[in-house]
Design a protein around this ligand. Structure first.
Ligand SMILES: O=C(O)CCC(=O)C(=O)O
Ligand SMILES: [Fe+2]
Length: 351
């Protein structure tokens, strides 16, 4: 049992989302507004269910490929932001994160640019995809199919976000979330595999035992409902307290659930800033299952980080309440420049 309240995400049926004449401002405000959880889910998306299971079942297979095959899928130049990444990011404790493996690719564009100086400047956005074409050829097809579908649904949601925000502030033509995401070449999918939870590991009792507290940096993140497996076979999760937790604006921690066939969407920090705070990003983490029957349980999920193009000039509002010290007033930084400043200042990861 979890000692935190469990909330079900506010859900929007796909049939309503698809209709540009539907007024969804109430739902957007409830989910993404100042008192929202920063997450909503979209239900009944045609074709989604099988694309989700197809891809998520490939995560344990990828993670169990021989070490040398996975090493061949690594891309240190992009700081492991393309291809396979395991143990390359640090946990809150400063130790390398060995709990999960990630596979990153841009599901929309295999090679966003061939300009060598751009690739040098923004390697994590401008690099090319690396697919395991001989070891797991199905991955590319399944990853792109799911990523593109989540992207299309995300764009529909972005349209309704713009409608909501435009009631409170002026959005110039082509500067809304939908337009920014539509023309971006920077979207990134992440297939996540959480290695089997071990009894008695150091972080075992912490709430963020599988994935540390963080706020997504981009614009809008699409997230599948995770599957739990043992030796690659899907099983129900034996511990109801395992899964996604969110910290609200009033500092309440809640466990968040949504249907397995729903696509969840979370607001990222960049959207919070550009929308003048009308849309809110929330910190979140993932707790591993506990107890004897949870040993050997793996978790697989997929996130699509939709973000502005590296070249997109972001018009920051006059009043910025997060990362204020980085953003000069009336600044017009590109998303690429802004991301680099954040990385330099907060993550000290530049090599
Ligand atoms: O594993 C999850 O459910 C969430 C992952 C996540 O928050 C992220 O990759 O940004
Ligand atoms: Fe996240």
């Amino acid at each position: 049992m979890s000692s935190f309240p469990t909330f079900t995400t506010l859900s929007i049926p796909f049939s309503l989302l698809q209709d540009r004449n539907t007024d969804l401002s109430f739902q957007i405000e409830q989910g993404f507004g100042r008192n929202g959880l920063g997450i909503v889910s979209v239900t009944h998306v045609p074709g989604y269910s099988s694309l989700r299971t197809n891809l998520l079942h490939l995560a344990p297979r990828l993670a169990n490929l021989p070490k040398e095959v996975k090493e061949g899928l690594e891309d240190p130049h992009s700081r492991y932001n393309f291809g396979w990444s395991h143990g390359k990011e640090n946990l809150e404790s400063g130790k390398p994160d060995l709990l999960k493996g990630s596979f990153y690719a841009n599901p929309i564009l295999d090679t966003p640019t061939t300009n060598a100086s751009l690739i040098e400047r923004y390697p994590s956005y401008c690099g090319s995809n690396i697919w395991p074409s001989s070891a797991l050829p199905e991955l590319e097809i399944a990853f792109k199919a799911l990523g593109k579908l989540i992207f299309d649904v995300g764009l529909m949601l972005a349209y309704h976000c713009d409608q909501y925000v435009s009631r409170g502030m002026k959005i110039h033509k082509d500067e809304g979330l939908e337009s920014i995401l539509q023309r971006s070449r920077c979207h990134k999918g992440r297939l996540l595999y959480y290695f089997p939870s071990q009894q008695g590991n150091a972080d075992g009792n912490s709430m963020s035992s599988w994935c540390g507290w963080h706020t997504d940096h981009g614009s809008l993140t699409g997230l599948t409902c995770a599957i739990f497996t043992r030796d690659g076979v899907e099983i129900p999760c034996p511990d109801s307290s395992a899964g996604l937790y969110i910290r609200t604006r009033s500092d309440q921690i809640v466990k968040v659930v949504y249907g397995k066939d729903d696509i969840a969407f979370q607001i990222g920090e960049t959207t919070e800033i550009l929308s003048g705070g009308y849309l809110c990003a929330t910190p979140h983490c993932v707790q591993a299952p506990k107890g004897e029957e949870s040993s050997g349980i793996e978790r697989s999920t997929f996130a699509l980080f939709m973000q502005p193009d590296w070249d997109e000039k972001l018009k920051f509002p006059e009043e910025v309440h997060i990362h204020r010290e980085l953003i000069p007033s009336n600044a017009a930084l590109t998303f690429g420049e802004y991301s680099e400043m954040l990385l330099d200042k907060y993550y000290h990861q530049k090599q």
